[in-house]
Design a protein around this ligand. Structure first.
Ligand code: ADP
Length: 372
């Protein structure tokens, strides 16, 4: 026995209807029970309708009753998940769907379900539960808006900073042209001004690029093998400078994603894999993609210097570097960039690594746009 109270509660639920009623009303914003064999028949709890502003006594217990008020794209995703869940009980029936409230507003529902099967394993009924997450989704929307404002602010500032830097650079170049009239100390100072200004310019450009990533752009069908080939061509200089090998080792799958975002994330991880290579060891980068239930999982593995576990979180922070520039070139923004992109697609980024052997960076991007 797991716990005597659990057993007691199980019995109460079976024997006392008010307990089940309490659980249903207290924790769910709608319950539905659908007859897969007679698909027109479906029972819906009162809350199912009150959440959308309808009087439950006037609504029929028919599956067609809610089809007009659910968002059509979300319905297609739910039906796809239903099909997969019926075929494989391990595939979760779990998604966020939008309904239109009687007053015209959008209601966000997390809709989960489980198929009830007969002795042969055939799904005959579907039991589903609704949770209204509109408040959370709306708060999230407001947060995104605020973030956008901050990004714009960031963009304007970094954009405006370019001008004075360019003036410093061009004035110092003029001074460099009259080098023969300057003493050694003066020449040295001008050299420092030029180098620092160039570095500042590089940093400002990377902040600008970073602030340009705001919301996921349009998704298209992308063949991963083709995308990796295209990235290899674009990175041709770096690849040949380091005599690196970049392989796509997975099956060629086609996914729906935002090409620019995916390209930036992969480019950053591949170039890091090449840059942070070991002396006397030519870089070999292996890329793979795996399709999960709700996301695509990418991995980029290298045979480079590796990263100590204590820095696994730190390296994703903007401008965080573990090495000086004279050893490895870079601005410390690449991984922050990747993290931002991945999180925009409701994914995660993480790594495994062994110092002196190599690192593998993983990231996921969500398939369901509503989670973005
Ligand atoms: P950058 O490469 O411009 O310094 P990143 O944000 O891409 O900036 O990386 C942050 C730091 O993480 C790097 O400076 C480096 O110390 C470490 N790092 C990133 N990728 C790797 C890798 N594949 N192998 C070893 N170290 C890495």
């Amino acid at each position: 026995m797991e716990n005597y109270l659990k057993e007691e509660l199980d019995n109460l639920i079976k024997t006392d209807d008010s307990i089940f009623e309490f659980l249903q009303q207290g924790s769910l914003d709608g319950l539905w029970y659908w007859d897969i064999e007679e698909p027109e028949n479906e029972w819906m709890s009162k809350e199912f309708w009150t959440e959308f502003g309808y009087d439950p006594s006037k609504m029929p217990h028919k599956s067609s009753a809610w089809q007009d008020i659910i968002n059509k794209e979300d319905l297609a995703i739910a039906l796809e998940n239903f099909k997969k869940h019926v075929e494989d009980p391990n595939h979760p029936y779990d998604q966020i769907v939008r309904y239109t409230h009687k007053n015209g507003s959008t209601v966000y529902i997390r809709c989960r379900g489980i198929a009830v099967r007969d002795k042969t394993g055939k799904a005959v009924r579907m039991l589903g539960a609704h949770n209204n997450i509109t408040v959370v989704m709306n708060a999230n929307e407001r947060l995104k808006e605020k973030n956008k404002e901050l990004e714009q602010y960031n963009y304007i500032i970094s954009h405006d900073l370019q001008e004075p830097i360019n003036s410093i650079l061009s004035s110092s170049m003029i001074l460099q042209n009259i080098q023969d009239q300057l003493n050694e100390d003066e020449k040295y100072s001008i050299d420092i001004i030029i180098r620092s200004s160039n570095r500042m310019k590089e940093l400002i450009r990377s902040i600008l690029d970073y602030s340009k990533i705001t919301s996921p752009k349009e998704k298209t069908e992308i063949s991963i093998e083709d995308l990796v080939e295209q990235i290899k061509t674009e990175m041709g200089d770096l690849i040949s400078r380091y005599q690196a090998t970049v392989n796509y080792i997975g099956e060629n799958i086609t996914i729906r994603a935002t090409e620019t975002d995916l390209t930036i994330a992969l480019q950053n991880l591949i170039s890091n894999g090449i840059k942070y290579s070991r002396i006397n060891e030519k870089p070999i980068i292996n890329i793979e993609v795996e399709e999960l239930d709700t996301a695509y999982q990418f991995s980029v593995a290298d045979n480079g210097i590796g990263i100590d576990e204590e820095f696994f979180e730190e390296i994703f922070k903007i401008f965080k570097r573990l090495h000086t520039r004279d050893k490895y070139e870079g601005t410390g923004i690449g991984l922050a960039h990747c993290k931002k992109i991945v999180e925009l697609h409701n994914g995660k980024i993480w790594l495994t690594s062994e110092v002196g052997k190599g690192s593998t960076f993983y990231f996921t991007i969500s398939k369901n746009t509503l989670y973005e």
